[in-house]
Design a protein around this ligand. Structure first.
Ligand SMILES: CC(C)(COP(=O)(O)OP(=O)(O)OC[C@H]1O[C@@H](n2cnc3c(N)ncnc32)[C@H](O)[C@@H]1OP(=O)(O)O)[C@@H](O)C(=O)NCCC(=O)NCCS
Length: 204
């Protein structure tokens, strides 16, 4: 694996293996740009497989824009997108919250701290914008290092999900107190031109 190291503005450790004499590949955590869309989707296909769009989280993201200022990429020195994370507005049983995901790192860049750097950056940004809580569906052994714990039992995803993978991080005490019900998207809807809608309907 190529070693990766944080370029700026990240908390990722320098990851050059002493056993590896290749030059470290530097990366930076940056705001996602509109021109990153294609590279992001290709990375997600490679990292998560083509079935990724069947996840229950996808039902919340489909047809919506991510939360303003809360889409980030890890970019290599050559400009390639080697990691991605985005957050989405949700109504969590009556409480405003964010849903995080997908988080993915290019397979060849795994294990160098890029996922952690993206998570820390996204969490800090969400808190600084005044959001009160983040929810996600993912592996608890990975996400607990960022402070995630079991989501309130009254909350559910819109579709099949594993309760032990449904996690929450709150920034203010009681941010999800009393939250009960199925998560619903509350972000801005994507407006598609009539021609694009017709094409999408034909493809469905
Ligand atoms: C999960 C993922 C984002 C982690 O990114 P990464 O850059 O490789 O992770 P980091 O380098 O920041 O962290 C590596 C550490 O996380 C651990 N880790 C990685 N994936 C893990 C998982 N699914 N469960 C538990 N621990 C995990 C590693 O063992 C390593 O542990 P260590 O620090 O004790 O050595 C990346 O592996 C990935 O893109 N996977 C495919 C897509 C995916 O599963 N996304 C998350 C959905 S839950």
């Amino acid at each position: 694996m190529l070693p990766f190291a944080a370029l700026n503005n990240t908390v990722a450790p320098f990851a050059l293996s002493p056993a590896n004499d290749l030059a470290p590949m530097l990366y930076a955590i940056e705001a996602e740009q509109p021109s990153d869309g294609r590279a992001r989707e290709a990375l997600l296909d490679r990292a998560m497989g083509l079935n990724r769009k069947r996840k229950s989280s996808e039902a919340i993201r489909r047809g919506r824009l991510p939360a303003d200022g809360l889409s980030f990429v890890a970019r290599s020195l050559s400009g390639a997108v080697v990691g991605t994370v985005r957050l989405w507005h949700v109504d969590a049983g009556g409480q405003a919250a964010l849903l995080l995901g997908p988080l993915a790192v290019a397979p060849e860049a795994k294990g160098a701290g890029i996922g952690s750097a993206l998570m820390v950056h996204a969490i800090e940004a969400a808190e600084s914008f005044g959001h009160r809580a983040i929810l996600l569906v993912g592996d608890a052994p990975y996400y607990k290092r960022f402070g995630f714990e079991a989501a309130p039992t009254g909350l559910a995803m819109p579709g099949p999900f594993s309760r032990e993978r449904f996690l929450a991080l709150t920034f203010t005490l009681g941010a999800l107190d009393g939250a009960a019900g199925v998560l619903r998207p509350s972000g801005v809807k994507i407006h598609r031109a009539p021609a694009a809608r017709a094409l999408a309907a034909q493809a469905a």
